[in-house]
Design a protein around this ligand. Structure first.
Ligand code: ADP
Ligand code: MG
Length: 357
């Protein structure tokens, strides 16, 4: 089922001083398609959970409309919206077995015992939980508990599955495993899903599209590829992945963009449409888009290696350049071919235009 938000805004008023208002969600517009998995990504406090709670019906928006499958649900209570939420703290009941936990929602709906058994058995088989049916939650690992929580949500056949930082209680390795698993299960069941996280790697792994938020506003909405390689602004470029920023002046715009940086002109094929000739613009180059070579007149920048971390397959360099406060960060993916540079070496930095935006 699709989920559509139109100009959704949430303003909180201070309980002690009613004149103080705070806009937690600011004019959010998004259409989430049937079967799609969209992630709300952004720093803590940017309004992700509030937006999710507005969709679930646990919170009422101050302005704007929420549609589920084309139906206006503004006045529909949470339990009538047919969505299911998966939380970070495993909201599974410690005194019920795995089987009972998964069947709980169906029991609430008044489903017959025999049918509950069928539904629960099917979902347990699909999610690799069959052997654990009679266990208590205390006898499960963190990953298994999270899987039970997910099974319990899916078994009710919700129209929309909502995840609020579901993996933040797990250790790093398990988190990596579980996010792949969540994505697999979501695709297998084809459930429209919204996933909230502040972790960019998690967002990249699970999403069809990512909605990057900051201060209650959408900063960019796009596929993981678009968000990473074609960021619409400084915030997005900085928040997702590592980025080098180079300031310059726009000289020419045609199918490519010509920018003067450091008194030299460079041509970039990829750029945002809001650039103007004669105005300043910022070029973003990811560390892997830069190349380290011998210093030269032709180099984009010349500088001194300040740090070189050899990781075997890659080398990560920090290069200090005169006149720049931030060092340039570059990753060499082929140190055998490109050569290995040491701290203190004078080097030239060049870039591949295709990797710049
Ligand atoms: P996120 O999930 O992105 O970390 P939230 O949506 O939880 O952010 O919160 C967004 C902002 O709204 C935060 O500044 C938070 O303090 C504020 N906020 C959330 N809920 C309330 C509330 N019930 N009353 C007042 N302010 C709130
Ligand atoms: Mg939150």
């Amino acid at each position: 089922m699709s989920v559509t938000l139109v100009n959704v805004t949430k303003i909180f008023t201070d309980q002690d001083d009613k004149s103080k208002e705070f806009t937690a969600v600011d004019t959010v517009n998004i259409e989430i398609k049937e079967g799609e998995m969209v992630t709300f990504l952004g720093p803590s406090g940017c309004g992700k959970t509030t937006t999710l709670r507005i969709i679930s019906g646990f919170e009422k928006q101050t302005k704007g409309n929420v549609f589920i499958d084309g139906q206006l649900v503004n006045d529909l209570p949470a339990n009538k919206r047919n969505s299911a939420m998966v939380f970070q703290s495993y909201a599974i009941f410690p005194h019920l077995t795995v089987e009972q936990n998964i069947g709980f929602g169906l029991e609430l709906k008044g489903m017959k015992k025999s049918q509950i058994k069928t539904e629960v058995d099917t979902i347990m088989a699909t999610m690799g939980l069959s052997a654990l049916g009679s266990r208590q939650p205390s006898q499960l690992s963190g990953g298994q508990q999270q899987r039970v929580a997910l099974a319990r949500a899916i078994v009710t056949k919700p129209r929309v599955l909502l995840f609020d930082e579901p993996l933040s209680n797990l250790d790093a390795k398990l988190r990596d495993q579980m996010r792949t698993e969540i994505r697999r299960i979501q695709q297998q069941f084809g459930i429209t899903s919204i996933y909230v996280t502040h972790d960019q790697d998690e967002a990249m792994t699970v999403s069809d599209r990512i909605m990057v938020m900051d201060k209650g506003k959408i900063q960019q909405l796009g596929t993981p590829f678009e968000i990473y390689s074609r960021p619409t602004n400084h915030f997005v470029a900085d928040f997702i992945g590592r980025a080098n920023f180079f300031k310059g002046m726009v000289k020419k715009i045609d199918t490519a963009l010509t920018i003067e940086i450091n008194q030299k002109e460079y041509v970039f094929p990829s750029f945002n449409k809001d650039v103007r000739v004669g105005k300043r613009a910022t070029v973003v180059v990811r560390p892997e888009g830069l190349k380290i070579e011998k210093p030269s007149e032709q180099a984009f920048f010349n500088g001194v290696v300040q740090q070189a971390v050899y990781l075997g397959a890659t080398v990560e360099y920090e290069i200090s350049v005169k006149g720049r406060t931030e060092p340039i960060v570059a990753i060499s993916y082929n140190p055998v071919k490109e050569g290995l540079y040491q701290v203190g070496d004078l080097v030239g930095v060049s870039f591949e235009a295709i990797s710049a935006h």
